[in-house]
Design a protein. Structure first.
Length: 320
């Protein structure tokens, strides 16, 4: 909803753009959400009905792949991998093997890395991306955020605002994996002793995993157009959660009292001191929740069917 708020989809203007879906990869989980036709058959836990301030109802498919965030997947792949080499780290990398305690070396092979991730984390797991029985095929305009942005940006691959397919991410992974690591003697000693961060460098694994994740979701043109973004109309996607809440509350109060308006909530991020403040508080809560999830190793806790209500709240705004 944040992405669509910034894009002005819910502004009610005649020139409002069509809605955009979001593929977000965090550390402990990954989320997919996009608008669907009201007749699309969805299970209740994946079906959200978003009512805008103008009264229009949008039907949204939103599913969270718990345990399939980048950090959680990387750690589980390390723990389950057997052998003397790890294809998901560049040559020059070493660590203590989880199974034997011996030294494991990086091989820097993206294609083998992708195959290994699929074998160890995807195949045989019914809740995995591409295997979830109630999964909806991605279609239309989509944006990829969070780790999709940060990993390639930090590695200077210049994919921000570019339309990508799984093959584009795989090519980036091949480039990252083939770049040998040149550790100092002290670095090598710490890696061998197990005192270094075993997850670093993570670019080879991360891009390989992202490529596989998108491939599992069958992101391909022309049915789905995916773009990696960090901002929409000059504003970070993250902050818009609180702004969307303020938009809903402002509209409700102005309708009931006829005078209360809290800032400019037309979809323009300029002049939104109040919304930005609230969004900071809400996003801080979101980060703390993500941290707790990460610290608990991304335990796959699923809500029971009874905990799913018809009246839901999506991104802090009212849904029916």
């Amino acid at each position: 909803m944040a992405a669509n708020y910034l894009q002005g989809t819910f502004s009610g203007r005649s020139d409002a753009q069509s809605s955009v879906g979001v593929v977000e990869m965090g550390g402990g989980s990954s989320q997919v959400s996009f608008e669907v036709d009201e007749k699309t058959p969805l299970v209740e836990q994946d079906h959200f009905r978003f009512k805008t301030a103008s009264g229009k109802i949008h039907h949204v498919y939103a599913h969270s792949y718990l345990g399939y965030g980048q950090d959680h997947a990387q750690r589980h792949h390390r723990e389950r991998l057997e052998g003397a080499t790890d294809p998901c780290y560049p040559k020059g990398y070493v660590r203590k093997a989880a199974s034997t305690g011996g030294i494991l070396e990086g091989a820097g092979d993206a294609k083998t890395c992708i195959a290994s991730i699929k074998s160890l984390l995807i195949d045989g797991h019914e809740d995995a991306p591409g295997a979830y029985s109630h999964e909806q095929l991605l279609s239309g305009a989509l944006v990829a955020t969070e780790n999709f942005f940060y990993v390639q940006s930090n590695a200077n691959f210049d994919l921000t605002d570019a339309r990508v397919e799984p093959s584009d991410m795989e090519h980036a992974a091949e480039a990252a994996c083939s770049k040998d690591l040149k550790p100092t003697a002290d670095d090598m000693a710490r890696m061998s002793a197990g005192s270094a961060d075993a997850a670093e460098p993570k670019t080879c694994f991360a891009l390989s995993y992202q490529s596989l994740f998108l491939k599992q979701l069958r992101v391909e043109r022309p049915k789905a157009e995916l773009k990696i973004v960090h901002q929409i109309h000059g504003a970070d996607v993250d902050w818009a959660l609180g702004a969307a809440l303020i938009q809903h509350l402002s509209f409700s109060k102005s309708q009931s009292r006829g005078s209360f308006v809290f800032g400019d909530v037309s979809g323009n991020p300029n002049g939104l001191f109040g919304p930005v403040l609230v969004s900071m508080l809400l996003f801080t809560s979101f980060l703390l929740g993500r941290l707790v999830y990460s610290r608990s190793f991304g335990a796959r806790v699923k809500a029971s069917p009874r905990s799913v209500k018809k009246n839901k709240v999506f991104a802090g705004v009212g849904l029916e």
